[in-house]
Design a protein around this ligand. Structure first.
Ligand code: NAD
Length: 260
């Protein structure tokens, strides 16, 4: 379905990004991976995906807090893959704390990685998409792009910001064969969710088990975590020609969370 297309997926050494990159490669796209982690493990991830799919799979370790490195990642993909037809802005971090105690450096890092990095990558990739008259930009937002939860000031602000960025760039690219959408997942079982459980327990004064059952799954009427594979398949659909008329949309995939 995506044969001949080239994709960059930020934050794809783990979790949702890894599943999206895998699904895009399975669908025929060449992929540039990005993210943090142990170099040996990243190389194993890269080579296994290339072997499994027969696609070109590259890695660029750009730090999403550094605009120059983000521009360099897009430039490397354009020169080594030939183009960036699909850009998935997915890298993200979380921090949970009451607003009056929220560490300033955490606020700055979350805004940089979860919001500004998408702007820098889009800014670098759009000229090529306009030139070719085809592109797909998929931003990993969150249910927190549509609703808030306490103790997540920076994350909710950044995710509401990415919703605005998605809509704005969609309008700018509407006549250039390029769609811009955001997937807004509810809770997905990944390291990002797992690692916030102790802090949420502390902030709310409850046990970690109560966080999973009474806070996390309580938000989702299905009482089930969204899976990374479901998100991967949704991203592939958004990159297909069948999805050419979907643009500027913030698309919940949240087990009914934001329907409440
Ligand atoms: P994860 O921790 O498994 O993956 C995050 C990825 O981002 C990793 O590859 C990590 O290396 C990368 N990353 C972090 N900081 C980086 C930096 N400075 N530079 C480059 N890469 C960096 O988490 P995940 O749950 O897969 O999250 C992926 C995205 O999905 C995030 O934007 C997150 O906000 C969003 N999301 C997650 C959930 C959930 O429940 N897990 C729900 C909604 C949205």
């Amino acid at each position: 379905m995506l044969a001949g297309k080239n994709a960059v997926v930020t934050g794809s050494t783990s979790g949702i990004g890894h599943a999206v990159a895998s699904a895009l490669a399975e669908a025929g796209a060449n992929v540039m991976l990005n993210g943090l982690g142990d170099p040996g493990e990243i190389e194993t991830t890269r080579s296994e995906l290339a072997a499994k799919t027969g696609r070109t799979v590259l890695f660029n370790g750009a730090d999403m807090t550094k605009p120059d490195e983000i521009a360099g990642m897009i430039a490397q993909a354009e020169s080594e893959l030939g183009s960036v037809d699909i850009l998935v802005n997915n890298a993200g971090i979380q921090h949970v704390a009451p607003v009056e105690e929220f560490p300033i450096e955490k606020w700055n890092a979350i805004l940089a990685i979860n919001l500004s990095a998408a702007f820098h990558a889009i800014r670098a990739a759009v000229p090529g998409m306009k030139e070719r008259g085809w592109g797909r930009i998929v931003n990993t937002a969150s249910a927190h792009a549509l609703v808030a939860s306490p103790y997540k000031a920076a994350y909710v602000a950044a995710k509401h910001g990415i919703a605005g960025l998605t809509k704005t760039v969609a309008l700018e690219l509407a006549e250039h064969g390029t769609t811009v959408n955001a997937i807004a997942p509810g809770y997905v079982w990944t390291p990002l969710v797992e690692s916030q459980i102790p802090d949420t327990a502390k902030s709310r004064g409850i046990t970690e088990e109560e966080v999973v059952n009474d806070v996390i799954l309580d938000a989702q009427p299905t009482k089930e975590f969204v899976t990374v594979d479901q998100i991967g398949q949704f991203a592939v659909f958004l990159c297909s020609d069948a999805a050419a008329s979907i643009t500027g949309a913030i698309l919940p995939m949240d087990g009914g969370w934001t329907a409440q």
